[in-house]
Design a protein around this ligand. Sequence first.
Ligand code: PDD
Length: 282
Amino acid sequence: MIVYFNGEFKEKEAVSVSPDDRGFLFADGLYEVVRSYQGRIFRIQDHLERLHHGASHLKFDRTRFPEFNGIARELLKQNHLLDEEAIVYFQVTRGAARRTHAFPAAPVDLTVYAAASAFDARSQRKNMETGIAAITVPDTRWTRCDMKTTGLTANVLANQQAVEARAKEAVFIRDGVLLEGTHSNFMVVFDHTVVTAPLSNYILGGVTRKAVLECCDRLNIKVEQRPVYATELCHATEMLVVGTTMEVMPIVTMNRETVSDGSPGPVTRALQQAFDKLTGTT
Ligand code: PDD
């Protein structure tokens, strides 16, 4: 597998990351996960804007960023992934330096890594057909969830909790409000209105979320971006999570309770179809 590391394309086995890397020591880094459909990279510009948003807050020297778009294309080509569904992963850390909490006194180069791999679309489509089980968990994350940092311990623990409950996603609840999944944004349908948490520091501004809201607009589905309270969930007619790996994923049980009749509802189905048109998979 050919990957990109600090300016070079090379075999993955040939990459070595310093134990002094601040990504390793402090999770002082950012990442992106981008989907490619038969060589068509989905909305990479939105992903890169989010990366720049995080980088400006972390005070990374963005002038040193490589040209990620070109790197993604080269990785897909070199790994023979242009004719299938694939994932491109990017990571940037503050670099390697003697361990001090504050930024390194003398500037160091950012560490930049990118890799492309095949995506198992078949099992994902199966889940999209039947829907998945989800659970809710208390949100123990920090309050800058709008940045896609590699510090994902709370997400890891919550997703493991989901796995142990035989569910596929855990949705974070903070102060009685359902915010987002461990690696997806959360939406709920009350009759024909899609409700989702508004953009804030408590959620990641999902590229898929934005695309799905555009689909709602096109389909004349009413949208409310407002807090979704746990106490309203019993009135939900549909629930779903959306994200680069999940696409438009129906939730058919929440905390073991069946959502409506236990099968994906009509609004979710319509959004799946509209989203497939955007990605060119229909
Ligand atoms: N995660 N919220 C969180 C916390 C996420 O980690 C993600 C994506 C999303 C959805 O964002 P987008 O639509 O831009 O993928 C929302 C990626 C897929 C991951 O961590 O693997």
